[in-house]
Ligand binder design. Structure first.
Ligand SMILES: *Cc1c(COP(=O)(O)O)cnc(C)c1O
Length: 369
């Protein structure tokens, strides 16, 4: 079967290989069979390894999009009557704060404009001022802008002050090599459909088991999205408590095998080359980046609109979409921007082909002469 290959430059889901797509076509199976338990066990232990965790870490699988993992992580690990400090410098940091509010969890929000790099001293000061803060939550790669936030530095603060560290690593996991241990992370959320290059539908939280076990006595705030109950159930039965996204998990298993084949360093290198090709190509077409190079994740880039009255983002989107490329609007209030991701099963030839198509589109729109 021939599947049309689309190049997704939106911030996830990302382009997948045909082999990952095809691995979803399997015989029907009851997910409570041992055979499927083996699949989930493989996925869970592999994800822990990819995160740089050893036998003291464990991965809890959930059905849902990335936000389900953020939700489960936040609602499950902040003790009653304690607070979570959340660093908000983008739509996803903002989402973390909204989740805390939805559960009426005590919240200290350190808010920045959506292209401002967080200041470590602000966080340290807030920790000193409020002893009720038990957890710190932040986004690693803030996909709103493409900014790589200072997770290692905040990890050091968490160690120094004995705080539980929660990281949304949804758009950095498997795309940027880093270690959950080295960064002192207790809980990190990610999903099947970004840099691991699987299908959308499986969310997961990689946990330091010791920190997860501490939550055993906490009164659950959610029945469905509770990390400890899911962990306990899976440990005892090697089954998910509720129906898992069966086919998505077969695709994730395949995506993990392909990740090991490519290697973590090579995947990072490919993404980096994609990024370099992209920013060079875009600069050639006259586009300016939002962020300075040193704050970039190299996985997604925000560009300003060009200074031309002929420019129309929706028209540009539709014209490149027809050629098989998907681009994405910006999310920063007040600034006219759009975003291009370079994750997924794509390479520099794809990016070059995109820049070529974009050049013709800009000429057709009369943005370029
Ligand atoms: C994609 C993404 C999410 C999750 O979004 P869903 O639409 O729920 O999958 C969360 N945080 C970050 C940083 C992301 O990039």
């Amino acid at each position: 079967m021939e599947i049309k290959r689309n190049i997704l430059l939106n911030p996830g889901p990302a382009t997948t290989t045909d082999s990952v797509k095809m691995s979803q076509v399997v015989s029907d199976i009851c997910p409570r069979e041992k055979e499927f338990g083996d699949v989930m066990e493989y996925i869970s232990s592999s994800l822990t390894k990819i995160a740089g965790g050893d036998e003291r870490y464990t991965t809890v699988l959930l059905a849902g999009s990335g936000t389900a993992a953020m939700d489960a992580m936040i609602n499950s690990v902040v003790p009653d009557k304690k607070k979570i400090l959340i660093i908000n410098n983008g739509a996803y940091g903002d989402r973390m704060a909204k989740i805390a509010k939805a559960y009426s969890i005590g919240l200290v929000e350190i808010k920045y404009d959506w292209c401002v790099f967080p200041k470590i001293s602000d966080i340290e000061q807030a920790l000193k001022q409020d002893p009720e803060i038990d957890c710190i939550g932040m986004v690693h790669h803030e996909t709103t802008t493409g900014m790589l936030n200072p997770v290692p530095e905040i990890g050091c603060l968490c160690k120094k002050y004995g705080k539980t560290f929660l990281v949304d690593s949804i758009s950095s996991f498997a795309g940027i090599p880093f270690s959950i241990q080295e960064y002192n992370i207790d809980f990190m959320a990610s999903t099947s459909n970004k840099c691991i290059q699987g299908m959308a539908g499986c969310a997961f939280v990689i946990c330091k088991t010791e920190s997860l076990l501490k939550t055993k006595s906490y009164k659950p705030r959610s029945f469905y999205l509770n990390l400890y109950s899911q962990y306990e159930y899976f440990s005892k039965s090697r089954q998910m408590q509720f129906t898992p996204p069966v086919q998505i998990l077969y695709a994730l298993k395949k995506a993990i095998e392909e990740f090991w084949q490519e290697g973590a360093q090579n995947r990072h290198k490919r993404y980096l080359e994609n990024w370099k090709t992209l920013i060079l190509g875009m600069a050639r077409l006259g586009f300016k980046k939002l962020l300075p190079d040193e704050q970039e994740s190299h996985i997604l880039t925000t560009f300003h609109y060009p200074d031309s009255t002929y420019f129309d983002f929706d028209r540009m989107h539709d014209l490149v979409y027809k050629e098989g490329f998907t681009i994405y609007p910006g999310k920063i209030g007040g600034k006219d921007t759009f975003r291009l991701a370079n994750m997924g099963d794509i390479n520099c030839q794809d990016i070059e082909a995109f820049c070529h198509v974009l050049e013709n589109v800009l000429k057709e729109m009369r943005v370029l002469p």
